[in-house]
Design a protein around this ligand. Structure first.
Ligand code: COA
Length: 258
């Protein structure tokens, strides 16, 4: 296993947990941390993770954003490289071949919110606070927020969140559809672990196919998306899990997935 200073990656029964671990900086993402996340995602994929949990160390923050002390004096070219790195990491979360759950256990601002937006599911603790706060730093979301946020919450709400840089609590985030559910702070770890374990117990190739087709819904026209769906759907026939799932149903027994 790799040795990173600012993140941890744990594997347990098919579930990989990637924890951003810079609590003295509220888990803000500097270059080293983003690069480590990129490597950890590749490692989790190589290890065959069937679900991945993304969270932050400590009780205060999921991720308090991109690293403001690093960004302060960046040139345009350096900022471009930082945005490309952030985009690459978010894209790898989005295309990770298993469901990714963001366990938002505290502040998720700016790039932290954008990291969560790239996940498949977002669970927030009741005391989490989230927002695209970049406007108050004189910049705008640069790691996908301008594209992923409106898809999730709708155009007007995204404009409001980004224009005002508002910091909203978990309940408001839930009402906007920015997070899928809110749970008590002392239960978020167990709850997310249960969700991840349930996902890890599903047929992995079908889940990956479901994720791919859902991702396509945001990428393409409906006609092309339906064509893609037909290909992915029919491609699952003849796989061990398709035969097993249907045979188990017809024999009235539990399936034994690959
Ligand atoms: N980048 C770099 N350092 C950060 C950071 C960030 N995004 N967010 C917090 N930190 C650092 C603080 O500078 C502070 O460092 P210090 O101990 O050397 O002073 C440390 O983390 C603790 O943060 P602090 O502000 O003292 O904690 P707090 O509990 O009073 O406030 C927040 C917490 C999250 C409300 C506040 O830190 C904040 O607003 N952070 C910036 C959020 C933001 O705009 N993010 C978007 C960036 S794109």
């Amino acid at each position: 296993m790799s040795d990173w200073e600012t993140i941890r990656l744990d594997h347990e029964e098919g579930v990989a947990t990637l924890t951003v671990d810079r609590p003295d900086r509220l888990n803000a993402l500097n270059v080293e941390t983003l690069e480590a996340i990129e490597e950890a995602l590749a490692e989790a994929e190589d290890e065959g993770a069937r679900a991945l949990v993304l969270t932050g160390a400590g009780d205060d923050a999921f991720v308090a954003g991109a690293d403001i002390s690093y960004m302060q004096d960046l040139s345009v070219a350096e900022a471009q490289a930082y945005a490309e790195l952030g985009h690459r990491v978010a894209d790898k979360i989005e295309s990770f071949p298993a469901p990714v759950i963001a366990a938002i256990n505290g502040y998720a601002f700016g790039g932290g919110c954008e990291l969560a937006l790239a996940a498949d599911l977002r669970v927030a603790s009741e005391d989490a606070i989230v927002g695209q706060t970049e406007i108050d730093l004189g910049i705008v979301p640069g790691w996908g927020g301008s594209q992923r946020l409106p898809r999730l919450v709708g155009d007007e709400t995204a404009r409001r969140l980004i224009f005002f840089g508002e910091r909203i609590d978990a309940q408001d985030a839930h009402e906007h559809g920015l997070v899928g559910e809110v749970v008590a702070s002392d239960q978020i770890d167990d709850h997310v672990a249960d969700l991840a374990a349930d996902l890890a117990a599903k047929p992995r190739y079908a889940l990956a196919a479901a994720k791919e087709t859902l991702n396509q819904a945001h990428e393409t026209t409906q006609e092309a998306g339906l064509r893609y769906e037909r290909r992915v759907w029919s491609g699952l026939f003849g796989t061990r899990d398709q035969r097993e799932g249907m045979e188990a149903f017809l024999a009235d027994r539990e399936p034994d997935w690959e």
